[in-house]
Design a binder for this molecule. Structure first.
Ligand code: CTP
Length: 418
């Protein structure tokens, strides 16, 4: 049972916060709600008061009839300062929905209402579940505010993608579903203790390399880096010390992870070789371009009058994965990724596992548009010498959890055999 302080800011998704209160109280948590004045234009305080069984505050100067106590607790003798007492007594402060305006205020440390003042006074875990229009979500100001909050240790529950409140709008920005927010609340209040990947040094490659043709053009691929970044974040959650070598990835970064940026296959190779000897597990999720121009021009190539074609002489890039697997020491685990097309995907994956001498290979079928490259979801089969594990279509975070689970199993089996 936890004491949950729920901050509700303005937005249509405020109605979903009622469902969150219902689920949280049903799960045995004591909830107090505070609202911004704008949120009350969407959902009234009476609904939150009825579901929490406690007064709902909006104003810093309002007297709290419960004197900062949570349902089930006795109020103190004195009349405390509302925003300080409520947050002081909370095990977790969750702001759901967090509007674009509230996120901006939190990022800049403003304290212009009860919710933002309480956030500044919070010393425990703070979770934000943003909800807004997709253009606001994608705006550079919002990205920067989220990055600031993440760097300060605020837990961000990404909004979902789908139909948005305004008619005909579709995109990212829907408030995460209440069960997902409740799961994040419960994860945040787990007392710190040993984690499954404590002490493990993990190297993840992510994104796609770019091989220059001239000073402005390159050969590249559509890899966004989402799978590699998800692996890094989940591994950090599980206690691993994670380094990501990112090839041209524009995604948000996790403050617990070290990132190294590269562009070409050669740069990726050199960074991998530098880090490999200090690494227990390598997850080679980057899409390495296979062929590169032999002699890229260092200026921009110009087309000549009358020219209607052009020949590019390409040479193979180094196979980094094979090179790492070929030099690995006992205790090191090397995992490859194979993006394959169609029915034969798994056969190619099995063949690559053997040929590249890998401990595991994660195979996904890129003929499907809803998974794989540049998608938020993936569906994979993890192939090892002894078994094949299918992971049905799920968010890349869940696929990452399954892959790391298989890595842990493989390593435990190795220890048992030794
Ligand atoms: N890989 C690598 N170096 C390369 C090419 C690929 O390390 N030059 C790694 C990738 O990071 C990935 C795996 O090898 O983990 C994919 O292997 P492979 O199938 O050989 O790459 P593809 O380009 O998909 O090869 P194919 O021509 O068989 O489609």
């Amino acid at each position: 049972m936890a004491r949950v302080l729920l901050g509700v800011s303005g937005g249509i998704a405020a109605y979903k916060a009622l469902e969150l209160v219902r689920l949280a109280t049903k799960a045995g948590h004591a909830v107090r709600a505070i609202q911004t004045p704008t949120s009350q234009r969407f959902v009234g305080a009476a609904s939150f008061a009825a579901l929490t069984g406690a007064p709902v505050l909006t104003d810093e100067f309002e007297r709290d009839a419960a004197r900062g106590a949570y349902p089930g607790d006795a109020p103190p003798e004195h009349d405390p300062i509302s925003h300080l007492e409520l947050v002081h007594n909370a095990d977790v402060f969750v702001i759901a929905p967090a509007s674009v305006n509230t996120l901006a205020k939190l990022a800049h440390g403003l304290a212009d209402n009860l919710l933002t003042s309480a956030a500044l006074a919070a010393t425990g875990p703070v979770i934000v579940a943003p909800a807004m229009n997709n253009h606001m979500w994608e705006h550079a100001a919002t990205r920067a505010n989220l990055q600031t909050l993440r760097q300060r240790g605020v837990i961000v529950i990404e909004p979902g993608t789908g139909e948005l409140a305004s008619k005909g709008e579709y995109g990212a920005g829907r408030l995460a579903e209440p069960p997902e927010i409740l799961a994040a609340i419960e994860a945040a209040i787990v007392p710190p203790g040993p984690k499954p990947l404590d002490g493990l040094k993990l190297l993840v490659t992510a994104g796609g390399t770019r091989e220059p043709i001239d000073s402005v053009r390159y050969i590249g691929n559509r890899s966004s880096g989402r799978m590699g970044f998800a692996l890094a974040e989940v591994a950090a959650d599980l206690g691993a010390e994670v380094t990501v070598i990112a090839a041209n990835v524009g995604l948000d970064r996790d403050p617990r992870v070290s990132y190294l940026d590269v562009s070409t296959a050669e740069e990726l190779r050199s960074a991998c070789l530098t880090h490999f000897s200090l690494t227990d597990v390598v997850l080679m999720a980057a899409a390495v371009v296979d062929f590169r121009p032999g002699a890229p021009a260092d200026t921009k190539l110009k087309k000549q009058t009358g020219q209607d074609s052009m020949r590019l002489e390409l040479g193979l890039t180094p196979d980094i994965l094979s090179e790492l697997a070929g030099t690995k020491k006992p205790g090191q685990t090397v995992v490859g990724f194979a993006a394959e097309h169609g029915d034969k995907a798994l056969d190619y994956g099995r063949e690559k596992l053997k040929r590249k001498k890998l401990d595991a290979i994660v195979v996904n079928d890129i003929s499907r548009p809803d998974i794989g490259f540049d998608a938020t979801h993936n569906e994979v089969t993890i192939v090892t010498a002894d078994r094949e594990t299918s992971v049905p279509r799920s968010a890349k975070q869940d696929v990452a959890t399954a892959i790391l689970g298989e890595v842990s199993r493989l390593r435990a089996e190795d220890v048992a055999r030794a």
